[in-house]
Design a protein around this ligand. Structure first.
Ligand code: SAH
Length: 196
């Protein structure tokens, strides 16, 4: 699969950093995503105090929502600017430290301790560094990954899943011949084969 014109498209980390720098962050939603509200019960499944992972987190406000509900949130994002804006926009004090296992990576942790954001590439992470998760919020993440890296990304997500974890995935449906992405079009059949 990897639909037509999109399959070879590559957006570099440098281009993502540039988008943040120029303020081309139309994907960011100040209001939070209505689908997380709608399917929160599926994510939580009656459980409390979960560990929840936000791949390619940007400055998603949903991280604050879930932390305020008593869950512990871990995110990963290449843009340091995005992570600093997240803490600033929610007036959350944080500390910053290197990640010994990943050269050049930084970890930003809320002083309250329940939000921990890694500034590095998602591909630098592993369960030995971040542990496993009970819940995942994948919005603007699988659809932002370069098409050629999709299987690698999903295989990594699977290694981060705790037993009985829930994974909420948001995709976008459109004619991939009309837009180059991101967000890329990932058809449901491909999602099924990627996650197995
Ligand atoms: N999930 C967020 C952001 C979506 S945009 C939201 O819902 O708002 C995709 C984000 O992924 C961008 O902020 C970009 O900087 C980041 N990104 C792109 N490639 C990445 C990679 N390999 N590792 C970590 N973050 C990455």
């Amino acid at each position: 699969s990897n639909i037509g014109l999109q399959k070879d498209r590559v957006v570099t980390e440098e281009e993502w950093l540039q988008k943040w720098k120029m303020g081309n962050t139309g994907f960011h939603n100040e209001q939070g995503h209505p689908l997380l509200q709608k399917y929160l019960h599926v994510l939580l499944n009656g459980r409390s105090g979960l560990r929840i992972f936000f791949p390619l987190c940007g400055k998603a406000v949903e991280m604050k929502w879930l932390a305020d509900m008593g869950h512990s949130v871990v995110g990963v994002e290449v843009s340091e600017q995005a992570l600093k804006e997240f803490f600033a926009e929610h007036s959350l004090p944080y500390c910053e430290e290197p990640v010994p296992e990943i050269s050049g990576a930084k970890r930003f942790q809320s002083t309250s301790g329940n939000i921990s954001l890694y500034c590095c590439s998602i591909y630098d992470l592993s369960s030995s560094i971040v542990g496993k998760f009970d819940g995942f919020w994948d919005r603007g993440a699988l659809v932002a990954v370069n098409p050629r890296d999709r299987q690698r990304y999903v295989s990594l997500m699977i290694t981060l899943m705790e037993k009985n974890s829930s994974y909420l995935l948001v995709t976008v449906s459109y004619d991939p011949n009309k837009h180059k992405g991101p967000p890329f079009y990932v058809p449901e059949s491909e999602i099924k084969s990627l996650f197995g």
